[in-house]
Design a protein around this ligand. Structure first.
Ligand SMILES: Nc1ncnc2c1ncn2[C@@H]1O[C@H](COP(=O)(O)OP(=O)(O)OP(=O)(O)O)[C@@H](O)[C@H]1O
Length: 560
């Protein structure tokens, strides 16, 4: 991928993809995740995430709140050498950015902010705000993602640097294209410039008036799997595939976006990676069970959830907690075989292994789906990630070879704006109206609020914080009740509301509702978990600090 907005900056430095993590730095800092690795730009792959599971992570520990990483300069990741640093500053990059993310900007020159006109705020993410803007030099409408830096903390810049490096590695019609970067020598902010996309799949799916046909579902899935195939071939794991990260334009093009949690991987030299990724409803069982050795299967699982969601008209496994999520997975996909437990050696297996086994019931649950979709759903939602195969195999599946075929993207309807953000605004307006009429219909308002809360997929970092709280709670329970080596799974107070939240979609298929399990289903562990977990992974944050905690946790997630 080349230069954006004109000429390339000449460089005698390392190839643009050469990025090697300074392991010592991470060891020193107690960081449980690292990003980076060696790379081979020529092959389009080979950039390796050199993640190291730190002592704290092995013991189940993330940094306690308030403890900050020591940030030493990373000579390979950040410091591109004096010459290049000088060239980058001369080309208009701020010195701080060149110092910390020199590799990510190598060979590019920045655009000036005053060459764009902001039109509207269109989205907001964990560490960014996204604006619709006009490029005054070309007249083109673009999306500007303004990255928030916490006082220019090198860690924040590092996440952004990795996202940029990954985006620069990718070049495919179904992957959002990074068109440039906007900053200036004296600036403290950075904007990523993307082609503008009118919709996201979550927004469309939540729209009360839209129900996808089979050819449309095939069209979206074809594009999603093609984009994933490209990412995986370039050794990139997305690690947060969900509807709101699948952007759509008015020509029917679907593009995978938000590579903030993405990571390079090398299938031949596996390195441990964090399990604290992927939004809860789309998170595969191996991550919920703490896997740090994983691959393309995690994105394929999420794709399977999306395929079934598009056909069902509602999210298929909307868990509110990790425990509930695993429970929903086991109920639908069956509990893992003994052979799998043995082979996978998953860190949380001793805690979450169900006492009773669950039978897989995908075919019965989705009996109203097109028959050709069932083998594909069955493959993508395999409990053992090795059985999920690849995006390439999925694209060759019977689903796409059977009539009615996928429609052409250009034949997809032209929808009115329908971002997940719009759905949120609709909800907020409804909430405001309810608050106004609260006294007249308090009970109705309460019910609707519950539906809304459940209708949103929980981002990975928040959900993972909850997982920690859960593990810690389990450990405490084990201590308190050393005689009892089993406990209810899920806890009774959560199980009472198992099943699908009402109104999680406006056009649900009423026939789809996986069978619930009796409350008495219990999960046990073979050994007390204390033997595996010697310290808290993360401090459960008080609710008043939700936003801070989200960012804090996100930092650790995004860092690996
Ligand atoms: N190219 C684009 N065109 C139009 N809208 C976009 C584009 N990129 C992002 N958005 C909007 O901005 C929102 C936030 O963007 P993005 O997901 O990349 O940010 P983030 O900070 O990484 O978010 P998250 O916390 O969900 O990981 C998206 O959900 C989407 O609605």
């Amino acid at each position: 991928m080349g230069c954006v907005f004109g000429k390339e900056v000449s460089s005698s430095g390392p190839p643009s993809s050469e990025i090697v993590v300074d392991k010592k730095r991470d060891k020193d800092s107690g960081n449980n995740d690292t990003g980076g690795g060696t790379a081979d730009a020529g092959t389009g792959g080979g950039e390796v995430e050199n993640a190291v599971v730190k002592k704290g992570d092995k013991e189940g520990g993330a940094r306690p709140r308030g403890e900050r990483r020591r940030s030493k300069a990373n000579p390979k990741l950040g410091n591109p050498g004096k010459n290049i640093h000088g060239e980058q500053v001369a080309a208009g990059w701020p010195a701080w950015l060149s110092a910390v993310a020199g590799e990510a900007i190598n060979g590019w020159i920045p655009r000036r902010a005053d060459t764009f006109e902001k039109i509207d705020k269109i989205g907001s993410g964990t560490y960014s705000n996204v604006y619709k803007a006009r490029d005054t030099m070309t007249g083109k409408i673009v999306a500007l993602k303004k990255v928030r830096f916490d006082n220019l903390e090198p860690e924040s810049v590092k996440f952004m640097a990795r996202e940029i490096l990954i985006l620069r590695r990718l070049d495919h019609p179904n992957v959002v294209k990074l068109e440039g970067l906007v900053t200036s020598r004296m600036s403290c902010s950075l904007y990523l410039v993307f082609e503008y996309m009118e919709h996201d799949l979550a927004g469309l799916a939540a729209s009360p008036t839209i129900k996808f046909t089979e050819p449309q579902v095939k069209c979206y899935m074809n594009q999603l799997l093609s984009g994933l195939e490209h990412c995986h071939n370039r050794h990139v794991l997305h690690r947060d595939i969900k509807g709101s990260n699948l952007l759509l334009d008015n020509t029917g093009s679907l593009k995978i976006a938000d590579f903030g949690l993405a990571s390079f991987f090398d299938p031949n030299h596996k390195q441990p990676m964090t399990s604290r990724v992927v939004t809860l409803w789309y998170r595969p069982p191996e991550l919920l069970l703490g896997a740090t050795d994983y691959g393309v299967g995690i994105d394929l699982w999420s794709a399977g959830c999306i395929l079934a969601e598009l056909l069902a008209g509602k999210p298929i496994m909307p868990g509110r907690t990790e425990v509930e999520q695993l429970h929903k997975i086991f109920k639908l996909c069956g509990s893992p075989s003994e052979a799998y437990w043995k082979k996978s050696k998953l860190p949380h297996a001793t805690i979450f292994k169900p006492q009773q086994s669950y039978k897989r019931c995908i075919a019965e649950t989705f009996k109203n789906f097109p028959p050709s979709s069932l083998p594909l759903i069955d493959t993508l939602l395999a409990i053992d990630p090795a059985d999920r195969q690849t995006a390439t195999a999925a694209l060759r599946s019977e689903f796409f070879m059977t009539k009615p075929y996928a429609c052409d993207p250009s034949s997809l309807p032209k929808y009115p704006p329908s971002k997940e953000m719009d759905a949120k605004l609709r909800d907020e307006e409804a909430r405001r109206l309810r608050a106004a009429g609260k006294n007249t219909n308090a009970e109705g308002a309460k019910k609707t609020r519950t539906r809304e809360r459940h209708a949103r997929a929980m981002p990975a970092p928040e959900a993972n914080a909850e997982l920690q709280a859960n593990i810690d709670r389990r450990r405490l329970i084990t201590h308190a009740n050393a005689k009892s080596k089993s406990e209810k799974f899920p806890p009774p107070h959560q199980d009472g509301t198992l099943g699908y939240p009402l109104g999680s979609s406006h056009h649900m298929d009423p026939t789809f509702d996986p069978p619930d399990v009796p409350f008495s289903s219990s999960f046990s562990y073979a050994k007390p978990p204390i033997q595996n977990w010697s310290g808290p992974l993360a401090e459960p944050a008080p609710t008043g600090h939700r936003q801070r905690r989200k960012k804090h946790n996100d930092s650790s997630s995004k860092n690996n």
